[in-house]
Write a new protein. Structure first.
Ligand code: GLA
Length: 334
């Protein structure tokens, strides 16, 4: 698409892919911006369990198909997100006809069937899947988060998910994906889990660092340490859900109608420092996906403070480049 943009397309600046999370609304409202700057997309919600498989006998692929069609139209890569998660998964999966918990065998059989159907459908479109999302417990000594998956199937649901995905599409790159991935304690647990999968011979090819970051956290040293530790497993890394909230996570202020100049400057410095580092590791980092494209639409407008506007992206509410974009682009030219 020929637009009127003067700035350099982000997708041409780095060795890794540059992605955006999209949905059926934004592929239209942000089409020009996304087509110009990005060469990869991820479905924000439309490929999650509850979206594509609301009832045992019913698959609903309309929205996901639209996104796959958008990727084809613009010759973009498509990431699949996500096959196993404790959220946005329907209750029927874990229950029998009488509302009783299903057996481990039935749960794994349902998982196999789901994965074969979904991964099989997008075999020619999706090159990489977030197979398992967020199974690590954030704090304390437990490795795995408690969930219906763990309760019914024990830890084996994790390796099984990767095996089923690999059966369904042997060419797809398979990722473990999680947030707070740069916090040392969680980083070490993610490392432990993935290493144990590798030791068992499970087909896993990469780690997804969600990278829901803010102006203050995580520290650059922690990000670097996480990249190095994960890379030491010999896997590829992708940033899968990058955004840079202007608020500290526990900041509940609601008084702003626009970002302060100080915030935008700090955001520009942070993005510049982060991309400088990502570039250093471009032998292991193969893709950087933002969780959105521009500040007119971001899930952070509702999280963690309901209906509070946030401005986490490189492009503003009118899809124009922010200072953060300029700094990243300058980084490459210098
Ligand atoms: C997690 C999930 C994403 C998305 C975000 C919030 O990071 O992996 O799919 O739901 O939360 O939008």
């Amino acid at each position: 698409m020929i637009g009127t943009r003067m700035e350099a397309p982000l997708r041409q600046l780095f060795d890794f892919k540059i992605g955006a999370a999209v949905n059926p609304t934004t592929i239209s409202s942000q089409e020009e911006l996304i087509a110009y700057h990005f060469n990869s997309i991820t479905a924000e919600n439309e490929m999650k369990f509850a979206s594509v498989h609301p009832e045992e006998e019913l698959y609903t692929f309309e929205a996901a198909d639209q996104l796959a069609e958008f990727a084809r139209k613009h010759d973009m890569a498509l990431r699949g997100h996500t096959l196993v998660w404790h959220n946005q998964t329907t209750e029927w999966l874990f229950q029998d006809n009488h509302g009783q918990p299903v057996s481990k065998a039935l749960l794994l059989e349902r998982l196999r069937s789901h994965i074969h159907t979904v991964v099989g459908r997008y075999k020619n479109d999706i090159y990489a899947w977030d197979v398992v999302n967020e199974v690590i417990e954030d704090t304390g000594a437990e490795l795995l988060r408690s969930s219906k998956w763990l309760e019914i199937a024990g830890p084996e649901f994790i390796s099984k998910a990767f095996e089923f995905a690999h059966e369904a599409d042997p060419n797809a790159l398979l990722f473990y994906n999680d947030y707070n991935e740069s916090h040392p304690q969680k980083r070490d647990k993610i490392y432990t889990l993935v290493k144990s999968l590798l030791v068992q011979g499970v087909p896993i090819h990469g780690i997804g660092l969600q990278a829901h970051w803010n102006l203050f956290d995580p520290g650059l040293d922690d990000i670097r340490a996480a990249i190095e530790k994960y890379a030491s497993l010999g896997l590829k890394l992708q940033l899968t859900e990058l955004d840079m909230s202007v608020f500290r996570f526990d900041d509940r202020r609601t008084d702003l109608v626009e970002p302060t100049p100080g915030m935008l400057e700090q955001q520009a410095e942070r993005y510049e420092a982060v991309f400088r580092m990502l570039q250093e590791y471009s032998d292991v980092i193969t893709s950087v996906t933002f969780w959105g494209a521009a500040d007119d639409y971001t899930w952070l407008d509702d999280f963690p403070v309901n209906r509070r506007k946030n401005w986490p992206m490189l492009f503003d509410e009118h899809h124009q480049p922010k200072a953060a974009y300029e700094r990243i682009a300058r980084l490459v030219r210098s």
